[in-house]
Design a protein around this ligand. Structure first.
Ligand code: HEM
Length: 373
């Protein structure tokens, strides 16, 4: 524990909220700034203990001990919450309350809690990334669930959270954990996708035709092998994107539409190795300042990602090699140009592609899933 404490102190990481320079969102931010404070999480402790709601507001190095005690409390006394904090099964993170199936009313209530979380922490980008990284491991060539990967909640386990592509996503899990604990009738797999879709909609994006009922995998042995998600800087970006997304059963239009999710959020050198440490658009937070965004208003879901990549006017805006290629590859370019000039077309295609992504590899109960509307 002593080692954990000192290590955690030196490795404090910060939950990254988001800010917008749009007058609308700026106004909203200012009215809420009083309620917002950055959430600092010692990553090693989180990964080494069961996630617990007790620490969501903690920013001190005593978090580890507090979390462990709270986990034990959860284990013994919290009604129906079946976390075994002492269990070490190789997952470390979440030997957690696994719900067999999701309950529609609880999903609706959880959605309200997610909206409140978004209002207070501006965590839209990282929730979208969480949903995508749970689903994006899917391999259409593998028939069996959960071997085929996809939206099955496996990203809650430490072994998968530690994949290089998932750097920082433990923060998203940490934010959602209290909601998971509150709604036992919601699976992780559904919660991740619900959070992502709600974040897109709350940021001004399209309504996504989601269905629910995803079943959770039960152990870290069900996690995919590392390397299923795309690299940002491969030798041949177009070939690489096709290799990865075609494996998921997605096509060129869907690759370009989904890339438009980078209208939200930032890249951080200390996480992915990409992006500048800070720019004029990220220096003020909220949350830990810094990182490099793709767009000026990076809490707002719109088509500015496509416009900004096309125009390349501002060195402070990020363009990954896999972003640049959507205007270079002849097939991708058709869609990128269309979305740069027509936000409605982008929203329509994005909504369909996001819903499809959210269902990849999932096992539904009932098999046809159900809507919350
Ligand atoms: C096309 C291949 C893709 C690549 C190579 C890629 C790569 C990356 C990288 C390197 C980051 C920065 C992570 C960090 O430093 O914290 C990032 C962030 C992000 N990605 Fe992607 N991504 C891809 C596709 C997607 C898709 C399909 C979605 C969603 C549908 C998505 C949503 C996001 C979001 C919202 C963030 C911001 C996270 C934050 O601010 O915390 N990405 N991506």
């Amino acid at each position: 524990m002593a080692e954990l404490l000192s290590s955690s102190t030196s490795r404090m990481i910060s939950f990254v909220g988001s800010v917008s320079s749009s007058p609308l969102i700026r106004q909203s931010l200012m009215s809420r700034t009083a309620h917002f404070s950055a959430i600092h999480l010692p990553i090693k402790c989180i990964q080494s203990t069961t996630l617990s709601s007790s620490s969501s507001s903690s920013s001190s190095s005593s978090f580890c001990a507090g979390a462990r005690i709270q986990s034990l409390f959860n284990q013994r006394f919290r009604r129906g919450f079946s976390v075994d904090a002492s269990r070490r099964d190789g997952s470390g993170a979440a030997a957690a309350a696994v719900s067999a199936v999701s309950d529609r009313d609880q999903l609706r209530s959880a959605r309200e809690d997610i909206r409140e979380l978004l209002r207070t922490t501006f965590c839209h980008p990282i929730l979208v990334r969480l949903g995508w990284h749970d689903a994006g491991t899917y391999d259409k060539n593998i028939k069996d669930w959960p071997l085929r990967g996809g939206a099955n909640g496996s990203l809650r386990f430490e072994i998968e959270l530690k994949h290089a592509a998932n750097a920082g996503l433990v923060n998203a899990l940490k934010l959602l954990q209290p909601i998971k604990e509150k709604y036992l009738g919601v699976t992780y797999a559904d919660l991740f996708q619900l959070a992502s879709a709600t974040a897109v909609e709350d940021a001004g994006g399209p309504k996504i035709p989601m269905i629910y009922g995803r079943v959770d995998v039960t152990g870290p042995e069900h996690c995919p092998v590392e390397g299923k998600l795309p690299d940002a800087g491969p030798a041949s970006p177009a070939d690489h994107l096709r290799e990865v997304f075609y494996r998921m059963g997605l096509n060129d239009k869907e690759i370009v539409a989904l890339s438009g999710a980078h209208t939200l959020g930032r890249a951080r050198p200390e996480r992915s190795g990409w992006g500048k440490p800070v720019t004029k658009y990220t220096k003020d937070g909220p949350g830990a300042p810094g990182g490099q965004s793709w767009t000026v208003e990076w809490l707002k879901f719109d088509n500015s990602y496509f416009r900004d990549i096309k125009e390349r006017r501002d060195e402070d805006l990020l363009v990954l090699p896999t972003d640049a290629v959507i205007f270079e590859d002849p097939s991708f370019k058709v869609y990128a140009e269309k979305y740069a000039g027509d936000e409605d077309a982008f929203f329509e295609d994005y909504a369909q592609a996001h819903a499809k992504l959210s269902n990849l590899g999932a096992k539904f109960d009932p098999p046809e899933g159900f809507s919350l509307d």
